[in-house]
Design a protein around this ligand. Sequence first.
Ligand code: COA
Ligand code: AMP
Length: 634
Amino acid sequence: MGYREVYGAWKADPEAFWMQAAEAIDWVRKPSKALFDENAPFYEWFSDGMVNACWNAVDRHVLAGRGDQVAIMHESPVTLSTKGITYRQLQDRVASLAGALRMRGVEKGDRVIIYMPMIPEAVVAMLACARLGAIHSVVFGGFAAHELAVRIDDCTPKAMIAASCGLEPDRVVHYKPLLDQAIDLAAHKPEFCVIYQREQEVAKLVEGRDFNWHGFQYGVRPAECVPVEGNHPAYILYTSGTTGQPKGVVRHTAGHLVALQWSMKNVFNIEAGDRFWAASDVGWVVGHSYICYGPLLAGATTVVYEGKPVGTPHPGTFWRTIQNNRIKSFFTAPTALRAIRREDPEGKWIKRYKLHDLQALFLAGERADPETVAWAQEHLGVPVIDNWWQTETGWPIAASPLGIEALPIKLGSPSVPMPGYDVRVLDEAGDPVSSGTLGAIAIRLPLPPGTLPTLWNANERFRKSYLDHFPGYYETGDAGYIDEDGYLYVMSRTDDVINVAGHRLSTGAMEEVLASHAAVAECAVIGIADELRGQMPLGLLCLKAGIETPHAQIVSEVVKLVRERIGPVAAFRTACVVKRLPKTRSGKILRATMTKIADGVEFKTPATINDPAILDEIRTSLITLGYPAVAKTG
Ligand code: COA
Ligand code: AMP
């Protein structure tokens, strides 16, 4: 069957489609049906099945004779080390950590925060939680203590698992002090912490609360897999919304397993014994789905890569890793390719390696600009497949499903909707627009298995954020269009979320930090087009009356504040003082208009603007800051 037939089969009978997909999973008790719509619009999948995620990702492969196959390769150009862990070793390690967690009282349903860099122990920790039915919440290592504290208070973990440090190319990131500070800041206190001490830094432990990873597991009885209901949360993953309070995306176990298993074969063309690498981070959804669970569910080898695309030590490091691990499908973010291309425009580093096993390059996390895709196509000589999805959906909404059919690639498009997703482009009134017309991208409910059923402890916020605007649809927050061949084009966000180097960031969260500075009366953060990172944040500050502190000092203080409170990953480096901010008469700051001015995109002055002259003032400030595109408008 080709793509059209497979998509058509899903449309004709979604229930049968997903029940068949569910056959690829080992169940303790098979579900009686796929969709549970009794509490619509809170849809669930396979709720009355009983299953264990760790069993499906690890144990069943050992049982099937794959115990000696490498499950995880750790490639760390920052520590100059490479090591492999077989499925059997992974099973032992996960069962041992799970046993120790259980001894200390962690049970099904308890939350565990994981704050770790790109080391295999991060995956071991996730799977140990899954083994017990504990709900993990992985927090990206680039986030600051305050962000970690917000997550501690939201999901109230019984335990935390962290490493002593992370390694950026130019510095050691001291995780343990960040963890301690976060626990101090949070109102909720975890009962205990497990610390993986790395060679590069041995952290000081808090007596009675902290345990060393190895000592903690000494002499414990390994844990067996605990069966959980299909709708038991496997994990919570926080992502940026429009405010400073992140959204806790919930992932139910059974749908997560069925959808990922389906996507590994059908989208990424990966089966047992294949080698797959997603160069992302376990702190992001790509890491959850396609570093940890997806490849392991498929019985493939996955790579945990601790390094950058460039500078660790050279722009050939990705190709070297692909060669040495004989990677079949590789997944990265367009930003990473742009960084490589900037240092190696002619692809000379690519030619130094033997990439015979590589069959496809998958790109996601941000819009894949046609130039970057074309560059990769030319130099790698394999299909370059853009795929569009979100933390909320957990797996691709749109892609070219290589395992079904290699569809023609159209530059700038993540191709076509995957089964389960009925994607529509709507106008402001919620009516579908004609092909080629830009609008809000929405998905008809119910969303497929593996997507979010709700937000953690926030059903109302879930409804308000995603379901209220277009009744009967899930609102993606992205805008774009569908062409006459049914190919989707994702152009921009419709909200105040920005995308910096493939990282989704909230301008609202940054504004909260800027507003906390004593001199700042009012502020706005916008995302300005950037050649390397896609977007970069810029802060615009209005000062309180009578402030005499030099502007440069205030700017450097707010830059420092964002780094301390959100983290270096926000890449917040630029701000400027302006007299006034453009607003509508009802007081809404015109962020999109300012972004268009900075990006040199044609715009209409909103009819409801408080004073059009303010746009000229903003323009002048942006020119002074040196944004080259500004000159194109005005
Ligand atoms: N822990 C701690 N700090 C981190 C971090 C982590 N895991 N990841 C990034 N940072 C820091 C960086 O050190 C940098 O700090 P600095 O301001 O002191 O230089 C800052 O956060 C900004 O990071 P980034 O924007 O990533 O810049 P970079 O110079 O480290 O790398 C790229 C630039 C383009 C190479 C890099 O952004 C990249 O590889 N992007 C692809 C991202 C990706 O794969 N995203 C996943 C989406 S699927
Ligand atoms: P995240 O939840 O961090 O994965 O970010 C999801 C958002 O990133 C989407 O809503 C889009 O705005 C953007 N995004 C991810 N992948 C793509 C893509 N292939 N094309 C365009 N935008 C993308």
